[in-house]
Design a protein around this ligand. Sequence first.
Ligand code: ADP
Ligand code: MG
Length: 245
Amino acid sequence: MDILKVKNLKKIYHTKKNEFLAVDNFSFNLKEGEFVAIVGPSGCGKSTILSILCGLDEASNGQVDYNPKLKFGYMLQGDNLFEWRTIYKNCLLGLEIQNNLENKKYVDKLLKTYGLWEFKDTHPSHLSGGMRQRVSLIRTLATKPDILFLDEPFSALDYQTRLAVSDDVYKIIKKEGKSAIMVTHDISEAISMADRVIVLSNRPSKIKHIYNINLENKSTPIENRKDKNFAHYYDLIWKDIDYHV
Ligand code: ADP
Ligand code: MG
């Protein structure tokens, strides 16, 4: 079942001197439980698309349709944790904003399940990058969103941590049964995590290709990187993207 339908999105930015087309003719449908990655070069319009999809920004044209009962959650670049709040208070932030502390028990459960309960009264600076990212995800999950929007969530982490954390985040998203749209400029990250990869052109971003990622043994992101078909998709997507050096 399609839970999000995106049709002909267009975004024109108006600056003091002129206007320019950032996104053109962007359409796709998200299925329930699906993980879709959007890849493209820096500055091509990925964050713009994601902000429009999750309602933080308005499209100049086009439609985004979904059941208004659906709840959205975002995890943007970096972990955005507040240093002056404890881990627990960081996780409750979304619930406080919504004045909905009924989900507190769910936060407790998430912190316990994902190994953070004993750190709940400490501050973010005491945690590793990977643990911070997990806190950030729990904060996002606290409001029980149906669709998660992730904008380059691992870009602040070093390479090794990034592999481990993307594996971790992926498992949590799947275990909690969420649908997700993730934006990234990292081709390997996209193939290793997503069911489908949407490849964007340079600005104004248009869809170049949409790939269904069919691996021999679909597993977790780290294992998927070793799959026989991984390199095949990497080659295809690499050729699609016009990297300027
Ligand atoms: P990406 O996330 O793929 O790196 P963005 O969506 O952030 O790209 O940006 C796409 C283009 O739109 C860039 O050229 C950027 O400078 C421009 N842009 C982004 N936000 C604004 C804004 N609020 N006003 C004007 N231009 C913007
Ligand atoms: Mg961006």
